[in-house]
Design a protein around this ligand. Structure first.
Ligand code: ZN
Length: 144
């Protein structure tokens, strides 16, 4: 039985259009800081002009960068907002399809430029989850 869980209610859903040419992660991060969204579920679809993703190398405990210079469809974008160093931290993973429908994916980094993007932020009630450095994984993970 899982012990690390938290039950929250949805406070509101914010529909956000990320404009053509904008940096996806930067826009989401700045929006959450400005609107003080500290705890949320993120869902998005759209298309990108280019993408910068990360792949976490578990052995090295370091991200490898994956640059996709061609246009892609965002077939799925999922993530969350929680607190890291007391500030809203946006964590999103993307599935991206190329023109043949082949799918690539990874951790969203800055440098991912939007062609068109529709995003829903499900803001939650209650105390936000907080991220702290985890020795085992080398990642900033939720603390319970
Ligand atoms: Zn990630």
């Amino acid at each position: 039985m899982a012990k690390n869980y938290k039950i929250q209610k949805i406070k509101k859903i914010i529909w956000l259009k990320v404009s053509h040419g904008e940096d996806l992660l930067l826009v989401l991060s700045q929006f959450c800081v400005k609107k003080n969204i500290r705890f949320a579920f993120v869902s998005l679809v759209g298309a990108l002009q280019k993408a910068s993703l990360g792949y976490y190398q578990q052995g090295q405990k370091a991200y490898r960068k994956i640059l996709i210079k061609e246009p892609t469809e965002i077939t799925a974008g999922l993530g969350n907002v929680s607190l890291k160093e007391k500030k809203p931290f946006v964590h999103v993973h993307l599935n991206l399809a190329d023109q043949k429908g082949n799918v690539l994916g990874g951790h969203l980094n800055e440098g991912t430029i939007v062609f068109a993007c529709e995003c829903a932020l499900f803001e939650l009630t209650g105390d936000p989850l907080k991220r702290e450095f985890d020795e085992t994984t080398g990642l900033a993970l939720w603390q319970f």
